[in-house]
Design a protein around this ligand. Structure first.
Ligand SMILES: [Fe+2]
Length: 249
């Protein structure tokens, strides 16, 4: 089993449309660990229009503390957790002074949710400016933007060489799974995430997706994703995974 870090999840309780209670979060985390996932980024939604960063960070910390208290009652192992955010794009995001506080842990990797409406030149410029300022955008669930996007705009954004994250559910999809695996083979996808929202709503499926890729003999792709995701996790934890584990265990 490859040790791939889940780059995208909504496992913190009561902060967004993800897990509703600490009990649900604990159940999700136990299932993930049983499925072989040992590291996970908790990435609650952040919307610039809904309030200041300080408020979001205070809510995230409170939610993390509730989860830590619930996990203290458990003896079963769970994945090591590091906090970040799924930052919804907003115009001028690259000039937002507090943006670094929304990156994954202590890193400069930023999980970015792009608009589901056609991307404008401003969106393209902002992604470019993020890169210029030393951020590394990770484009969340990139497979979900297809259809409405102009190919030229997609190409322009990818020219900045952001990292691309795909949801595990797409790899398991009966109809779209083949195309998703093909994107992995072309190195058009760099990272995977469950985008888990709960036990039943967008459930934790990363372990199953990894198992499927192993069955399909996609070892080169799995090894590549394992190495990169672990490197990001280490950087997010300030160079030491144990820091993240201790914050929760
Ligand atoms: Fe998400």
């Amino acid at each position: 089993m490859y040790d791939i870090c889940d780059m995208h999840s909504h496992i913190l309780p009561g902060i967004d449309d993800g897990c509703r209670t600490p009990q649900e979060s604990v159940a999700v985390l136990k299932k993930m660990r049983n499925d072989g996932v040992t590291k996970i980024f908790a990435t609650p939604h952040f919307y610039h229009s809904r309030g200041p960063v300080e408020e979001f960070l205070a809510c995230r910390q409170a939610s993390e503390e509730v989860l830590r208290a619930a996990l203290a009652e458990e003896s079963q192992p769970v994945p090591a957790i590091c906090c970040g955010a799924e930052v919804a794009y907003f115009s001028g995001i690259a000039d937002f002074e507090e943006l670094s506080q929304l990156c994954l842990g202590k890193s400069r990797f930023l999980l970015l949710e792009l608009p589901f409406t056609p991307w404008s030149g401003q969106v393209v410029r902002d992604v470019g400016n993020l890169c210029l300022q030393g951020f590394v955008p990770i484009l969340a669930h990139f497979e979900r933007y297809g259809g409405v996007q102009d190919r030229t705009m997609v190409r322009k954004i990818l020219e900045f060489e952001p990292l691309v994250q795909m949801n595990a559910g797409r790899l398991l999809d009966v109809w779209k799974g083949r195309g998703a695996r093909s994107a992995l083979k072309r190195d058009a996808v760099h990272l995977l995430g469950s985008d888990c929202h709960g036990l039943d709503r967008r459930p934790p499926q990363l372990g199953q997706a990894i198992a499927l890729l192993e069955k399909k003999k996609m070892n080169t792709e799995l090894a590549r994703i394992e190495a990169l995701s672990n490197e990001i996790f280490r950087e997010a934890c300030g160079g030491e995974d144990e820091n993240c584990r201790q914050r929760i265990d």
